[in-house]
Every structure is written in structure tokens, then in C-alpha cells.
Design a protein. Structure first.
Length: 602
């Protein structure tokens, strides 16, 4: 799955430049998901805000309904207690013949209910109406319905209308004054005979004004309705006295200005029922919610857009910087390809491109140095070619001279001199041949034996030689003059000729795919500091590091890490040089530049 997806992405972006690739990946990975997530988040935020707002509104309507219900129950309790007072019912149903009894009843009513009517706020008038012809009306609490104006209508008409209602307790609005509310409660004896009516006139502002004024910060309306959906109180007082029609009801005939049909309004409706048949109805303007949603939408969209534009600006700036630096690097490469090796990319960044620029600077410097070295090598090659022309006569001159000496030795019948001349001829034949660098092990051993023969004539009988040669290695290939410099070190640095019972042991054997060569002498050895410096390649002294540096370089040049050179010694006692190289049945060739560089590092 991962490989398939990688192939799809690579195929999709194959023909795009770097800027388009980065911007495409940015759009697919960041921009589009951010827009989608922002849309989902915006939707959830608006839904959460609406839910929170509706919960708040619902709780506000619920609290208002509780307060109204509490106030209604208080006024209802006053009317009910007054209308159900047994003493009052008995006195209103009695036939009076004595003025003393009448005065006593009047005093009882005033004494009992006058103070009670002052307990609750907002009571503008409190009356007890009766139809007992034998009982007077005192003009304070006791009244009989007559032709006076009461709550905007005739007392008799009001009294008769109140008697027609089926419920004994009723709230209504004063017809001529919407700022007043009338509470009536029938006074009935045990036989069901209506003896009178309790009349309470309330101040609308005291009872409902504060709870219904300016609800929801002016973005809604509250209505208080009775059981017949008649509006008793409202934020818009012009609707008081009208009716509310719900979806389940249809208004008969044409609606008045005070009536409200909820089926025709698009406002949010919340209804809370009170303990009686009353209801508190709230209408919330959806335009306010839509405005709030629009504000939230603009706020979130603005913040999202700001950060998206900021991210796009930052991305374009980064991409522009990357593309500009790559193009600048490409320009410097073009200069390099034209032969300008002094080009340098100046940078201060520490990122991957900065590392690439540093590598380019290093590469251009190395290429310039290599070109300069090649140029110098070319000049030196010409000079060496000229010198080689001059030196071509030298080997022939030496061979001719040695041949002449050999003939003279033959004439003189000097066998020892003939052997010396033959050893020199064999030695110089290989040494002076600059056309070959790889020879067989047999040829290398013959070269070493020629050198040792010469030294044996020079130091007659002082050094004993031991040979341990595997017969299977003679035809394998090795490097020219690999062992002779090591044997030469036994005489030059090992002072082998001054050692009693001097010994040089040369061993060559085959172990698997490798050839093991070893030269051991019991000369004066090498001191520990000098041995450490030679092995680390830091020795500077006579003989250029005992000739080991040249051997190591040539081994690395042909065999790389497959060849090893080891130098062990104990000061004053012995020295052993060990060489391990691949067993080559075919002539090895010089390896690539990587191995040269590795050998340089070593």
C-alpha cells in the first residue's frame, strides 16, 4: 500500500517543477484539510452557540414563568381566602334587622380584610361586593353593584358578566386601561348560592411590568395567557386582551390587531405552563440568532482566513527562498562546467541546502585543486619524458659494462667475481625495468636472492639465511620489489651484520585465498615510540619511514582493504614484517580512485 501510494504521488508530480510540487503537497496536506476542518469546526461552533443560547433563553423563560406563577398564587391566595372566609360567608347570607348587627358586620369586614389587602404590593383597589339588600355598603370594603363605573364598565354589567363565568376565580384586564388587571372570586355558601364577589384591582407595572419589559435584550417578546389563550400581560401592551392561536387552532373570522397567530410567525416559540392553566409564551426573533451566527461565522472565518493567508505567505516565502538558492547553485554549477573553479556559494543557513552549498564549495575547491594538479602533472610528465629520453641509455650502459666485466672475469677465470657480476645483472635487470609493476612471486624471490647474494659477498659469512617457501605460490602474482626493500632494511636499519648469530628468515605461504609473506631478522629491532610512529604513518626520519610508506601505498593502490601490512618488533632483539595479499592467478590492476582516497586517509 505504501509503495503504491508513493508511486502514485511520484507519477502525479513527475512533470511538476519544485515550486509546484511543494505547493501541491501544501494544498493537499494542509490547505484543503484545514478548510474542511475549519468548516466542520465552524458548523459545530454555531450549533453549540445556538444550543447554548436556546438553553439560556429557555432557562430565562422558565425563571420568568416561576416568578409570575409565584406572584399569581399569592394574589389567588388572597382572593380565595377572602372568598372562603366562613364568617364572611355567614354574615353576607344573614338577614339584618338591627343596625347594631350591620355595624358589627361592617367593622368585622374592615377589621379582618382591610389590613390583609395591604400585604401584597400592586393592589390598587380591594372590594367585597354583595347582593344582600339588608346589608349596607360602607364605601370602603363592602359594596353593592349599582350604576357606577368599575374597571371601565358599569358595575351591574360587570357583576352580571362575572357571575356568568364558569370558574369561580378569574383574572382579566380592565377594558379601559391595559395598565390594570382585575381579579374576581365568587363568594359561595355551602349550598352553592353565590352571595357576592371579591374584586381586586392590580397595578400592571407592579405585577408584570418588570418581568416582561425588554426581555432578551430587546430581541424577543413575552406573553402571559390564561386557559382560553387570552393575553393578560405582554411586553407589547397593545396585544393585551387579544388571543394567541397555535398551530392546532385556527382563528375563526378575521384576526384583530391584538390577536397573534403563531402559525404565521417564523419566530422561535417557547411555552412554559404554570401551575394553573396559565402559560408564559416567549417569541424570539430568529433574525437576532442569525445575526449572532453571522457574527460568529465572520469572526471564525476571518481568523481562519488570516492564518491561512499567513501560512500561504510563509510557504511562498520559503519556497521562493529554496528555489532561488537551488537556481543560484545551478548557476554556480554552470560556471563550474565552463571552467571557472573559483566560484563560491555564500550562505549562512544551517539547513540541508546549506550543507549542499558547503559541499559544492568544497567540491569546487577540490576540483580546482585536482585540475591544477593535473596541469602540473602534465608539465611534470613532459619533463620526466625528457629526462627519460636522457636516461634510456643508462640501463644499456650498465648491462654492457657488466657484460664487459664478466668477459674479463672469464678470461681471468675469477669465479667469485663472475657470481657477483651475475647477481648484479639479475638485480638490475628487474630494478631498472620501469615498464612492469606486477611480477610473479618466483621473480620477486629471484630478485631478493640476487640482492642477498651481493650482500653475502660483501659481508661474507656474517648472516645466515633461512627460506620457507611454499611450492604452490611461485606462479601467483605480487608487486614488484615488495620484499627487497624489507630485506634491505635488515642491513640498513637492523644492523644485522653486527649481530652475533645473525639470521634473516623469509617465509612465503598460501592460506586459502591469501598469500602470507614474512621477513624476520634478529637485528637490533625498533624502539617502541618509533614503531608506533611508523605504524601510524607519522614517522619522519632517515629512510622515509624505513621504506614502509611506499609499500603500504602500492598495496592499497592494487588491493585496497584486501591487503595488510604489519610491522612488529622488540627493541634489541628482533623485527618481523608481515604482508597479507590476495592470491592472484592473474595480474592485478590498479583499483579506482576511491581506493586511492582510502589509502590516503590511512
Amino acid at each position: 500500500m505504501r509503495l503504491w501510494l508513493e508511486r502514485m504521488v511520484i507519477g502525479f508530480t513527475r512533470r511538476m517543477n519544485l515550486r509546484s510540487k511543494i505547493l501541491s503537497m501544501y494544498s493537499l496536506i494542509l490547505l484543503v484539510p484545514t478548510l474542511l476542518l475549519s468548516g466542520v469546526a465552524l458548523f459545530l461552533v454555531i450549533q453549540s452557540y445556538q444550543h447554548s443560547y436556546l438553553v439560556t433563553v429557555d432557562e430565562a423563560v422558565r425563571q420568568t414563568a416561576r416568578n409570575i406563577d409565584f406572584g399569581k398564587q399569592s394574589y389567588d391566595l388572597l382572593a380565595v381566602r377572602t372568598a372562603t372566609d366562613s364568617e364572611l360567608i355567614a354574615r353576607l347570607g344573614r338577614q339584618y334587622t338591627d343596625m347594631v348587627e350591620i355595624v358589627d358586620t361592617v367593622n368585622y369586614v374592615d377589621r379582618t380584610f382591610l389590613i390583609t389587602s395591604k400585604y401584597l404590593p400592586g393592589i390598587a383597589d380591594f372590594r367585597i361586593y354583595h347582593t344582600n339588600e339588608t346589608l349596607v355598603q360602607d364605601g370602603q370594603l363592602l359594596w353593592r353593584p349599582e350604576g357606577r363605573k368599575l374597571a371601565g364598565m358599569d358595575e351591574r354589567l360587570w357583576y352580571e358578566a362575572a357571575m356568568q363565568f364558569s370558574s369561580s376565580l378569574r383574572w382579566s384586564n380592565a377594558p379601559d386601561n391595559p395598565n390594570q388587571i382585575v381579579i374576581t372570586r365568587k363568594i359561595v355558601n355551602d349550598n352553592g348560592v353565590v352571595l357576592g364577589m371579591v374584586y381586586i384591582l392590580l397595578n400592571y407595572d407592579t405585577v408584570f411590568g418588570e418581568m416582561l419589559s425588554d426581555p432578551f435584550k430587546g430581541e424577543g417578546t413575552l406573553y402571559v395567557t390564561d386557559g382560553s389563550q387570552r393575553i393578560l400581560a405582554a411586553t407589547d401592551r397593545s396585544k393585551i386582551g387579544g388571543r394567541i392561536y397555535t398551530d392546532e387552532q385556527s382563528a375563526e373570522g378575521e384576526l384583530t390587531d391584538k390577536d397573534i397567530n403563531f402559525a404565521q410567525t417564523k419566530e422561535l416559540q417557547i411555552t412554559k405552563s404554570l401551575s394553573s392553566e396559565w402559560q408564559v409564551v416567549a417569541l424570539i426573533r430568529m433574525k437576532y440568532i442569525d445575526t449572532q451566527n453571522g457574527t460568529v461565522l465572520l469572526l471564525i472565518a476571518g481568523i481562519t482566513l488570516f492564518f491561512l493567508l499567513l501560512s500561504i505567505f510563509l510557504m511562498m516565502t520559503i519556497v521562493k527562498n529554496i528555489v532561488w538558492r537551488i537556481r543560484k547553485l545551478g548557476g554556480r554549477m554552470s560556471d563550474l562546467s565552463r571552467g571557472d573553479f573559483d566560484v563560491v556559494v555564500r550562505n549562512q543557513e544551517k539547513d540541508e541546502l546549506g550543507e549542499l552549498e558547503n559541499m559544492f564549495n568544497s567540491m569546487s575547491g577540490r576540483i580546482g585543486k585536482l585540475v591544477e594538479d593535473i596541469t602540473q602533472a602534465g608539465l611534470m610528465e613532459r619533463e620526466q619524458a625528457f629526462k627519460a629520453l636522457q636516461a634510456q641509455i643508462n640501463p644499456h650502459f650498465i648491462y654492457n659494462s657488466l657484460s664487459l666485466l664478466r668477459w674479463r672475469a672469464l678470461d681471468a677465470q675469477d669465479e667469485e667475481q663472475i657470481r657477483i657480476i651475475d647477481a648484479l645483472t639479475t638485480f638490475y635487470r628487474l630494478t631498472l625495468n620501469n615498464q612492469i609493476s606486477v611480477i610473479t612471486i618466483n621473480d620477486e624471490l629471484e630478485h631478493v636472492k640476487a640482492y642477498l647474494d651481493i650482500q653475502q659477498f660483501r659481508y661474507m659469512g656474517r648472516v645466515r639465511m633461512e627460506w620457507e617457501i611454499d611450492s604452490n605460490v611461485g606462479k601467483l602474482y605480487t608487486l614488484k620489489t615488495l620484499l627487497q626493500p624489507i630485506v634491505e632494511n635488515c642491513y640498513m636499519h637492523g644492523a644485522i651484520t653486527r649481530k652475533k648469530d645473525a639470521l634473516i628468515r623469509i617465509s612465503v605461504s598460501k592460506a586459502g585465498d591469501y598469500v602470507l609473506m614474512s621477513v624476520f631478522d634478529n637485528g637490533q629491532g625498533i624502539s617502541e615510540p618509533t614503531l608506533k610512529a611508523i605504524n601510524e604513518g607519522t614517522y619522519v626520519g632517515k629512510g622515509n619511514g624505513f621504506g614502509t610508506s611506499n609499500i603500504k601505498e602500492r598495496l592499497a593502490l592494487y588491493f585496497g582493504d584486501n591487503a595488510k601490512f604489519t610491522l612488529d618488533s622488540k627493541a634489541g632483539e628482533w623485527t618481523r614484517v608481515s604482508i597479507v595479499l590476495p592470491a592472484c592467478s592473474e595480474q592485478p590492476t590498479i583499483r579506482g580512485n576511491d581506493n586511492i582516497a582510502q589509502s590516503d586517509d590511512r
